[in-house]
Ligand binder design. Structure first.
Ligand code: PMP
Length: 331
């Protein structure tokens, strides 16, 4: 969603300054190029190519406290493999293995005493004001508390005047820092117009995705989602496709227009930060089906069971207590 949606909560360890969430405090530990250091003492080079040109890649990952009480990073390998693919797509040197980064992440979570968390690894470049390739890259892994979402809140979505970047101009399948200028513009525009979140089309005017999430719509019990090509095909999108397969829900990947989407019974965004979150309306056109009666709602429940390694339908038994309002905190 705006980069994603997320929940704040009373017990959240992050604290708020005037308008902005603050993601760390004086005790927070990050993993910086192989060392555990205090976030407040971590330094990077202000002459970095990443800061000046948005030339960085990152991931948005979540860990959950499972039903058994353990800490589980959901689809850790898929996320760290994508981090490597993103770096390689941008010609950034990459010398880490997913396994070592997963181990480091569990340790950062432990040192920050976090189970339900958002995990943000960033690969960034050294000082370089030119456009030539670098000989090295750097990494930081940051974590902050993020609680699971119960799923009752529905979004009022706005069709953005911004389109997603042209895949002939960007490596659109890479999760690159600079791509998110587009996301920020779209999300800010949606909010300035009084909506919760933006929907962006691709350069040909077909529905593409949210600023930080993929989209599905439901019609007559069947699901539809934009096909690959002009979107970041998310790990959550793949999980939703898996769930459809497991539950025998028909699903089709295809290109469709905003007008077609407005005739849907229901729609939702999905992403690591967003999880699965239903829509109330698109450009004030309400979706007719009660969210609780949709197939989409069932997918939302199964998704939450999966991330928490809960037994099926635990969500209906009240396993999730958090209904905090959504704010944007992550992608
Ligand atoms: N599209 C965009 C533009 C995103 O930023 C994200 C969030 N990473 C997604 C889709 C969803 O991806 P994932 O399910 O892997 O979080």
């Amino acid at each position: 969603m705006s980069d994603g949606f997320r929940l704040t909560h009373k017990k959240q360890r992050t604290f708020k300054t005037k308008n902005m969430a603050s993601y760390y405090n004086e005790n927070t530990i990050v993993w910086l190029n192989g060392a555990f250091v205090k976030a407040s003492e971590a330094k990077m080079d202000f002459y970095s190519q990443s800061l000046h040109y948005g030339y960085s890649v990152f991931e948005g990952i979540r860990s959950y406290k499972t039903e058994k009480g353990t800490t589980k990073i959901f689809k850790a390998k898929e996320h760290y493999d994508r981090l490597q693919q993103s770096a390689e797509a941008l010609n950034m040197p990459y010398h880490w293995t997913s396994e070592e980064l997963i181990d480091a992440t569990y340790e950062v979570l432990k040192r920050n005493n976090l189970q339900d968390a958002y995990i943000r690894p960033v690969i960034y470049a050294p000082a370089n004001m030119s456009f030539v390739r670098n000989k090295e890259s750097f990494i930081i892994i940051e974590v902050w508390e993020m609680l699971p979402f119960l799923g009752e809140k529905l979004l009022r979505v706005f069709t953005s005047s911004f389109q997603r970047p042209n895949p002939k101009g960007f490596k659109i399948h890479a999760k690159a820092g600079g791509h998110y200028v587009n996301s920020i513009l779209a999300s800010q525009e949606a909010k300035a117009n009084g909506y919760d979140e933006a929907l962006l089309t691709d350069m040909n005017g077909f529905v593409a995705e949210g600023p930080g999430a993929n989209i599905f719509y439901e019609k007559d019990g069947k699901l539809f989602t934009p096909s690959a090509g002009n979107i970041l095909t998310g790990i959550t999108r793949a999980t939703v496709l898996e769930i459809c397969d497991e539950l025998g829900i028909p699903v089709e990947e295809k290109l469709f227009t905003v007008d077609e989407l407005k005739k849907a019974d229901a729609a939702f965004f999905c992403g690591t930060a967003a999880e699965v979150i239903g829509w109330e309306s698109l450009d004030d056109v309400k979706f007719p089906k009660q969210w609780n009666e949709t197939v989409s709602r069932k997918i939302q429940e199964v998704y939450m069971d999966k991330v928490k390694e809960a037994s099926p339908n635990a969500s209906q038994g009240g396993a999730y207590q958090h209904t905090a309002p959504i704010v944007e905190e992550a992608v």
